[in-house]
Design a protein around this ligand. Structure first.
Ligand code: PMP
Ligand code: GLU
Length: 397
């Protein structure tokens, strides 16, 4: 008999991590799988960051840290926000967590009462809707398809607002679509939100530095909503530090204090060594960020070209992050050896089993007609993977 709580039973496992796990299992059986499922940079963490971590060990950073993180790290984040985003924060408004994932979850747990609504644009990152469920909130999904570049309009946002709306989650550059909202588009959304002063805006900017159209624009720049925006960011993507587990929020004081209180009973601070590494990342030379961004841009161009050559896939050029999110509806309903592909999850499974390429079906992102390929891998892998996908799709009937 299973005795898990109703809360746990209602939770879906992370599809991105599940597909990656499956791909690793096949690899362990000796099958040559190319893993384009999980989204993480394939680069090693830059040396100067690793050196700072080694020094932190030698300097005995082995005692409990303040719950929201060491002050020098929070000061470094405050400086980053001023220098790169022209936003003013005090270190008390910064709370560091075990990755941006915990940071988002903290905020939701701190502000959502049972039945409160959270507006989540789809396609969305898999974990948002599950975190809202954990917080006993209700997801209100607003969908934007490939024809509108996967970006919602101000009118769509306004139509979703009700007296129970408590929060709005915006991810730009976006996982899974790679879409990036322009300053004008953000202003349009901000102008709607300005009319509803009780809505908290959670701006997930973890892909800030992986942007192919120029300077990052934060929705926090608009004065009319500024005091209600929580910025979520971290070192995972910009500095190739996914496994270090260091993310943070920059938030209105009452939300930062609430997250501090929650985290104090839950995980305490993130690990000290990761904190010292993150501090070095923010204070050190930034050329590594641009070098990796350029590599992602080159790969973006490559995968767009290769995928555009696959009949039936509708491809849109992503403007940021490291995901390609083509519409694959042409292949849904087709069959292989009598087995019907009923949805994009089936298609992802087919590509894994028959093509030996791991991707993630769009269903998990609230976009059942699409499929996500992470292109944070080598050019050779991308060329081989897209050749396999093309071949596997060509035999579907
Ligand atoms: N938000 C988005 C949109 C992401 O893609 C990720 C990547 N896992 C995260 C948050 C969490 O990042 P972290 O590794 O810092 O927990
Ligand atoms: N954000 C990454 C992804 O979407 C990492 C996996 C996860 O945390 O879900 O693949």
């Amino acid at each position: 008999m299973s005795q898990v709580s109703e809360r746990l039973a209602a939770l879906s496992p992370s599809e991105t991590l599940a597909m990656s796990q499956k791909s690793n299992e096949l690899k362990a059986q000796g099958i040559d799988v190319i893993n384009l499922s999980v989204g993480e940079p394939d680069f090693f963490t830059p040396d100067f960051i690793k050196e700072a971590a080694k020094k932190a060990i030698d300097d005995n950073f082995s005692f409990y840290a303040p719950v929201p993180g060491f002050l020098p790290l929070r000061n470094a984040i405050v400086s980053k926000l001023k220098k790169e985003n022209n936003l003013d924060y005090k270190p008390e408004q910064i709370v560091c967590s075990n990755g941006a994932k915990q940071a988002v979850c903290n905020v939701l747990l701190c502000i959502i009462n049972p039945g409160d609504e959270v507006i989540v644009p789809a396609p969305y990152w898999v974990s948002y809707v599950e975190m809202v469920k954990l917080a006993e909130g209700r997801n209100v999904i607003v969908s934007a398809d490939i024809e509108q570049d996967f970006k919602i309009t101000p009118a769509q946002l306004e139509a979703a607002v009700t007296p129970r709306t408590k929060a709005f989650i915006l991810c730009s550059p976006s996982n899974p679509t790679g879409s990036v909202y322009s300053k004008e588009e953000l202003k349009g959304l901000a102008d709607v939100l300005a009319r509803y002063p009780d809505i908290i805006i959670i701006a997930d900017e973890i892909y800030e530095h992986i942007n192919y159209i120029g300077k990052h624009e934060s929705i926090a720049q608009f004065e009319n909503i500024r005091e209600r925006v929580v910025i979520v960011n971290g070192v995972s993507k910009a500095y190739a530090m996914t496994g270090w587990r260091l993310g943070w929020i920059a938030a209105p004081q009452w939300i930062a204090s609430a997250c501090n209180k929650l985290q104090g009973q839950y995980t305490s601070s993130p690990g000290n060594i990761a904190q010292k590494a993150a501090e070095a990342a923010y204070l050190g030379p930034q050329d590594c960020v641009e070098t990796m961004r350029q590599a992602f841009e080159r790969r973006r161009n490559l995968i767009v070209q290769l995928a555009s050559d696959i009949p039936g896939l509708k491809v849109r050029q992503p403007k940021g992050a490291f995901y390609l999110f083509p519409d694959c509806s042409y292949y849904i309903g087709k069959s292989f050896n009598g087995n019907k592909i009923n949805n994009s999850a089936d298609l992802a499974m087919y590509l894994l089993e028959e093509g030996h390429v791991a991707a993630v079906g769009g269903l998990a992102f609230g976009a059942p007609n699409c499929i996500r390929f992470s292109y944070a891998t080598s050019d050779e892998n991308l060329i081989e993977a897209m050749a396999r996908v093309k071949k596997a799709l060509s035999v579907l009937q």
